[in-house]
Design a protein around this ligand. Structure first.
Ligand code: PBG
Length: 307
């Protein structure tokens, strides 16, 4: 009666990995219970999630071939575009289909953008690629694009490109404050990404020491036309979630990332914690901090528990 926070399935967004060229779903070792889907199994999983009251999925592609420009990301027959079409055909308006919009799953060097000849990420050249990816995803029928590369100006570039191609109704979920976190480790196994030369993303993602810097990043994304905002990761950044919530009225999402999920599963497998109770505590706390929506690999099990 006096609970201030209520978690419901419609707060949840399920990440789905879709891999090109496989006939069966492949398990992901560091994310127990999560798989790389075929297009058909992704469609089935989305149907199950819908039945449980989860309103949306976010797609990540695992292409067969990678190259310097991340060509697969904008290929009309690229794996995510194929999956978007199949999901919209099967589920129509019952399911919101979100596509992660980035190049790292598709580049052979593993960075989120194009590289200059000296190997630096080229912010402005990358924006043109993001615009192409956005249009390809919109053309396939995506409802929301979610740029996660943290290039400066990415929201404006994508908004312009979508509007120009008559995709004004496609919304942008901006990874607005995304930290250069060590918690993305299992995700990189899931999408088969290794950053070349043992590199990192500190040149474009946020410093975990900073919150004011993130608030500036969020303001820029709002000014550029973001429709929904995201803070990522979630638990170590509840203060950031609370401050973004206090300052902005757009819907706010938080990404409970792969490392956060993996830590629960690993400790639970050892019998050190009650995994399900910890999972529900994490999700409730993220909502309490101010998130309206939570992207989480726990979506299915949480929705089953809440049903
Ligand atoms: C980049 C992207 C990443 C995640 C989502 N989008 C990885 C990165 O920035 O290195 C991580 C998600 C997770 O860890 O669950 N396309």
């Amino acid at each position: 009666m006096v609970a201030e926070t209520h978690l419901t399935p419609d707060d949840l967004i399920a990440p789905l990995f879709v891999r090109e060229g496989i006939d069966e779903p492949h398990p992901i070792g560091s994310l127990p219970g999560v798989v790389q889907h075929t297009v058909a199994s992704a469609v089935r999983e989305a149907g199950e999630l819908r039945r449980l009251g989860v309103p949306a999925v976010i797609l990540f592609g695992v292409p067969e071939r990678k190259d310097a420009e991340g060509t697969g990301a904008s290929d009309p027959d690229g794996i995510v575009q194929v999956a978007i079409r199949a999901l919209k055909d099967a589920h129509g308006d019952d399911l919101a289909v979100i596509a992660d919009l980035c190049l790292d799953e598709y580049t052979d060097h593993g960075h989120c953008g194009l590289l200059t000849p000296s190997g630096e990420v080229d912010n402005d050249a990358t924006l043109d690629r993001y615009a192409e990816v956005a249009v390809a995803q919109a053309d396939a029928g995506v409802d929301i694009v979610a740029p996660s590369g943290m290039m400066d100006g990415q929201v404006a570039a994508i908004r312009d490109a979508l509007d120009e191609e008559e995709f004004a109704e496609v919304a942008i979920l901006a990874y607005a404050a995304k930290y250069a976190s060590a918690l993305y480790g299992p995700f990189r196994e899931a999408v088969d990404v290794e950053i070349c030369g043992g590199g990192d993303r500190k040149g474009y993602q946020q410093d975990p020491a900073n919150v004011r810097e993130s608030l500036e990043e969020v303001r820029l994304d709002v000014a550029e036309g973001a429709d929904l905002l995201m803070v990522k990761p979630a638990l170590a950044y509840l203060d950031v979630i609370a401050r973004v919530r206090a300052e902005h009225d757009l819907p706010l999402a938080a990404y409970h990332v792969s490392g956060e999920y993996a830590m629960i599963k690993a400790a639970a497998a050892n019998g050190w914690i009650d995994g399900h109770l910890v999972a529900m505590e994490h999700l409730t706390s993220i909502k309490r901090a101010g998130a309206d929506l939570i992207l989480t690999y726990l979506a299915r099990e949480a929705a089953e528990a809440l049903a």
